[in-house]
Design a protein around this ligand. Structure first.
Ligand code: GLV
Ligand code: MG
Length: 325
């Protein structure tokens, strides 16, 4: 390990993160009763400009009046380039900050953006005498945000998670796609012809680099990386595949832009019984190896060593967190 310690953000179950527009009070009520680990109440892109003021009021009421127990609750404020943002923070934190776990900052571009919101939130928390500190979630969804993702990840003690906002990221990087998440047939590899002249097309994941880069910045700063939205809520298999791709490279959760995606996210982002059993066997085998003075042994015909213990512990720790959560 490096001599540089990585301080971990507070542990919080975050397999699913449900998005709900603040302009629709009936959906806020449903969200509070859902099985989502985290719900974010949206003031940004799911709310039309004319509805922003009412949405803010609805969210304050929902935070104060609904029962959010068993889950974490976040508010997605408007971007720092809008005139809505300061009042989002001031009104929501002043009037409902005691019931708020997280603030989600969209389109964050630089560490200074994080600093600005931190300053505002800190002043309000101090003025109101809140004991609990509100955490930050950042959506990495612009070319600037991705360029500065490492500095953003380390910019505040409040930081808890980074989220890949695929739709805005596509727009910002001018990617030629209009779907929200998922794959694109134009991002593919054509194999050379075989002896009969047949060629295969292998679809790739056009978001692989972006998500991987964000995962590294998040983990190097002790934060949770999450994959963002998958727009086609009538395609559970496509959602599951996207969530699995994100999970295997280190994401802890995925957004649900529709209630039907909550269960899928919770399922995919929880290690399976078979994975946990295997992880426990690895730990036991390595304990036995240590007693015998060995650093590496074989299990089921494969080499395992001390790095295997660390891999296995990640899975067992996650399973324990879920069981306790
Ligand atoms: C989320 O905000 C996205 O732009 O995908
Ligand atoms: Mg966005």
């Amino acid at each position: 390990m490096s001599f540089h310690p990585i301080e971990q953000a507070p542990a919080r179950l975050n397999r699913s993160e449900l998005a709900v527009p603040g302009s629709q009070p009936q959906l806020l009520e449903k969200a509070a009763k859902s099985d989502a680990d985290v719900v974010f109440l949206d003031l940004e892109d799911a709310v039309a400009p004319d509805d922003k003021v009412q949405a803010r009021k609805n969210i304050i009421e929902a935070l104060n009046d609904l029962d959010w127990s068993g889950k974490s609750v976040s508010v997605r404020i408007n971007g720092l380039d809008t005139h809505f943002m300061y009042r989002d923070v001031v009104d929501v934190v002043e009037q409902a900050g005691a019931n708020l776990d997280l603030i989600m900052i969209p389109k964050v571009g630089t560490a200074a953006d994080v600093y600005a919101v931190d300053m505002l939130v800190t002043q309000i928390e101090d003025a109101k005498g809140y004991q609990k500190r509100i955490g930050f979630e950042h959506i990495i969804e612009t070319a600037l945000g991705m360029q500065n993702v490492t500095e953003i990840a380390g910019a505040s003690k409040r930081n808890e998670s980074l989220h890949f906002g695929v739709a805005d990221y596509a727009a910002s990087t001018r990617a030629r796609t209009t779907v929200i998440g998922g794959v694109n047939e134009d991002y593919s590899v054509l194999t050379d012809p075989d002896k009969d002249g047949n060629r295969d097309v292998h679809w790739g994941d056009m978001w692989h680099y972006a998500i991987s880069r964000m995962v590294v910045a998040a983990r190097a700063n002790g934060l949770r990386p999450l994959d963002g939205p998958f727009g086609d809520f009538s395609d559970p298999d496509g959602y599951r595949a996207a969530a699995k791709r994100a999970a295997v490279i280190g994401c802890e959760g995925k957004w649900a832009i529709h209630p039907s995606q909550i269960e899928l996210a919770n399922e995919v982002m929880s290690p399976s019984d078979a994975e946990v059993t295997k992880a426990k066997r690895i730990i036991e085998a390595m304990e036995q190896a240590a007693k015998e003075g060995k650093g590496a042994v074989s299990l089921d015909g494969r080499l395992i060593d001390y790095a295997s213990i660390r891999q296995a512990e990640v899975l067992v720790e996650k399973a324990n967190q879920i069981a306790g959560g």
